[in-house]
Design a protein. Structure first.
Length: 413
């Protein structure tokens, strides 16, 4: 096992033993091989720096590398944004540890040797974010590599496997060139991703959102502090912002738009499809602390005479989110709210049982102008999972879910 800091500053010699230069950078080419040191930058003082490819290296040890070619066979260095520099882009930089779900700073890079046909390839295996890497950096040049290694053996190691690392790359063009995937970020829980984003700078937060798919970005923004969400969305192109907000629950989308400047909010609404835009605009009319401001228009309601089998079959063919399936609301022949049924009761009842026989008592609902205190009290009193919001005629307009209530209560803490 080698470490990047043991090679950076080391001496390089060609096949004849002639000094070629000092190693000042190690380059990875993610598009070719995501963890291989593909090139070594060799600085020669007043001369143009040279670059040695991984196939031109025959020996590597702390402080020295040997080449299997003459100096004249090496290329002159030409900057390439598609290359990832260990010193420039990794050391001392913030990265996301997707396994530990946190932001950490890189102290060193661990490298493993692979020998094939007289050449030595170095592969990045781990990122050192602990005392071992920090100590190595501190003593570099002041003590021998062997002494440093003996000292670091007494320190607790703190490393992250390279495959669990996600780079924070603010430059969109460079992000594309490097082909840095964010699959690991997209598989994280939105709440964990939001916690990570809150630790980053505004530029880094924008970079993370820009790298995610619209659904993941929407889920993460819904978990963020509303002030930060507004800052992020304000800086997005209206079309991109609309694509993300379309993936949100209507009530969450309305909350986000309400936090934007009127001009930006209007620009985003104009980019949204007509139906989604109308739903959100309808919610924006309600006060944030009212039942109307808390409700979502994405909820499930069925006829009270339907059987359990019919309801289950109908749901299977609808684009229904799991979060909407806690409570199913019933309507009568006049399209008025007539009851609410917990999904668990449907699953346990006979297939031919009608919904009206399964509904909970008493019938509880609120009008959109009810204040949040009344909503909280109803959830607490009747141990509700969902509460229907009805208009003046008693027809369902939307629903408030338990997670909406928890979120609102937490905001008051």
């Amino acid at each position: 096992m080698l470490h990047a800091t043991e090679l950076l500053g080391g001496e390089a010699y060609d096949v004849k033993g002639n000094f070629v230069g000092r190693v000042t950078e190690l380059f990875i080419e993610p598009a070719e091989q995501p963890n291989r040191v593909a090139r070594y930058l060799l600085n020669r003082g007043k001369y143009l720096p040279l670059v040695a490819g991984h196939r031109q290296v025959s020996f590597v040890a702390p402080g020295v590398i040997k080449l299997n070619v003459d100096e004249k066979d090496l290329e002159h260095f030409h900057p390439n944004e598609a290359w990832l520099g260990v010193r420039k882009d990794l050391l001392d930089q913030q990265i996301i540890d997707t396994s530990g779900r946190k932001v950490v700073r890189v102290n060193d890079i661990d490298l493993a040797e692979q020998r094939t046909d007289g050449t030595v390839e170095l592969r990045v295996t781990d990122v050192d974010v602990g005392l071992t890497g920090a100590t190595r950096r501190l003593l570099q040049g002041l003590a021998s590599p062997s002494l440093i290694r003996r000292l670091q053996q007494k320190l607790p190691a703190r490393i992250i496997r390279w495959e669990f690392v996600n780079l924070i790359e603010p430059d969109p063009l460079r992000r594309v060139k490097l082909r840095i995937t964010h699959d690991k970020l997209e598989s994280m829980h939105p709440a964990d991703l939001a916690d990570i984003m809150e630790e980053l700078s505004p530029t880094e937060r924008q970079a993370i959102i820009a790298s995610l798919d619209e659904q993941t970005a929407a889920e993460a923004l819904a978990e963020l502090d509303s002030r930060l969400t507004s800052q992020i969305v304000e800086k997005l192109e209206p079309g991109k912002a609309a694509d993300i907000i379309e993936e949100m629950e209507p009530d969450k989308a309305a909350d986000v738009l309400a936090g934007l400047s009127p001009e930006v909010s209007q620009d985003v609404l104009e980019e949204m499809p007509g139906e989604e835009a109308r739903e959100v605009q309808a919610l924006l009319k309600f006060d944030e602390s009212s039942a109307g401001g808390m409700m979502t228009t994405d909820f499930v309601f069925v006829g009270e005479t339907a059987t359990c089998a019919e309801v289950v079959e109908w749901i299977r063919h609808q684009d229904v989110k799991i979060e909407q399936l806690d409570t199913i609301f019933l309507i009568n022949a006049d399209a008025k709210l007539s009851g609410a049924v917990a999904v668990g009761r449907i699953l346990l009842a006979p297939a031919d049982e009608t919904m009206t026989r399964l509904k909970s008592e008493p019938l509880v609902s609120v009008t959109p102008d009810a204040d949040e205190k009344e909503v909280f009290e109803l959830f607490d009193k009747y141990n509700l999972h969902g509460l229907c919001v009805v208009d003046a005629e008693g027809r369902p307009m939307g629903a408030i879910t338990a997670d909406d209530v928890v979120t609102r209560l937490c905001a008051h803490l």
